[in-house]
Design a protein around this ligand. Sequence first.
Ligand code: ATP
Ligand code: MG
Length: 378
Amino acid sequence: MGLILVRYGEIALKGGNRHLFVSRLRRNIRDCLAAQGLAGEVTSEGQRILVRTELVEDALGALARVFGIVSLSPVVEAPNTLNDITAEALRQARERGVGGETTYCVRARRPVKQFPLNSLQINEHVGGAIHAALQARADMSHPDVTVAIEVRQNNALISTRTIAAEGGLPIGSEGKVVVLLSGGIDSPVAAWMMMKRGCGIIPVHFSQSPGDTAKALENVENLRRYSYGFDLRPVVLDHAETLAPYLQGLQRIGQERWTCLFCKRAMLARASQVAQELGAHAVVMGDSLGQVASQTLANMEVVSFGVAKPILRPLIGLDKMEIVALARRIGTYDTSIREAEDCPFLPAGPVTRASVGRLKGILRRLKALDEASQAEEQ
Ligand code: ATP
Ligand code: MG
């Protein structure tokens, strides 16, 4: 059995809620292992979580995607005597090729204060032993190999590898949000950012064409690699059906240029309902300010006007290049850039600077139209 030391940062600061965050994190870690088909045992000790599992390398890759984890180290246990610790540290330093050009440094941590030496003294002792045995040069600022030692109540944990994870908060610890997920580049990244902040996400997609919907659903699968502890269940709704009540009216009053704004408003209204039904607190969109002609602040105000749930736009301040870099890193980009049919309702010259005043005017005219046609029917 191998052993992995899990470090979490931010969540350690959460005061009274801390144990809830940690138990959520443990649960998500267990889910992650199960999803990889790995057997494992997950326990908390002090400010660390320990994972015992057979396939350490496989587990490391997947655990690095569990939000809430800051870093991971494969560790070896040793009895907590100075001799045993030194022997194991030396063995690992040798294995990592410390000596000659390869520099090292020792960083001990001693949450258990009974140990006869303090951290500095442990560093000096173990560092001295490595230096003597391997003719190695210590480098405190940019070592090639860092030997990390954690001295605990009943044993010590020693490692020479630290794998950075994503950080953030454990999924589920901040509740749920609905994400408006298109087949494009941005919304999957927005979804990922909300997951990173501890939200379980409910993807809602409005189907415009089979190709676009296939992309959105494929990106749900790509995001699943990060959603340990929360099952992703996409909701697919019909775009034309959602838009139909407005489309005809806009044509009749000669305001087709408002189609995209009404489309977004219709999506948000529906997504808001879904959020209410499924116990989610907000609706998330992938807009970034000014990225395209339609994503002006004025349009966002119009699109958001009267929507029941808060609308979150985690990409609002990012440049396209930053969003693309994230999309590549999290594995949604290749799916997003695949060619798909354009939206069939895209009007010529969509409105770029709408205002709530004009929106209200249009809503009044649509209502009057509605009432007139109802009166005709009667
Ligand atoms: P994306 O890359 O996320 O598609 P975009 O730059 O193409 O964004 P818009 O088309 O203006 O921008 O869409 C803005 C946001 O509206 C999207 O980020 C997404 O949250 C939502 N959205 C757009 N189309 C759909 C759709 N078919 N289903 C669900 N949500 C959508
Ligand atoms: Mg799009």
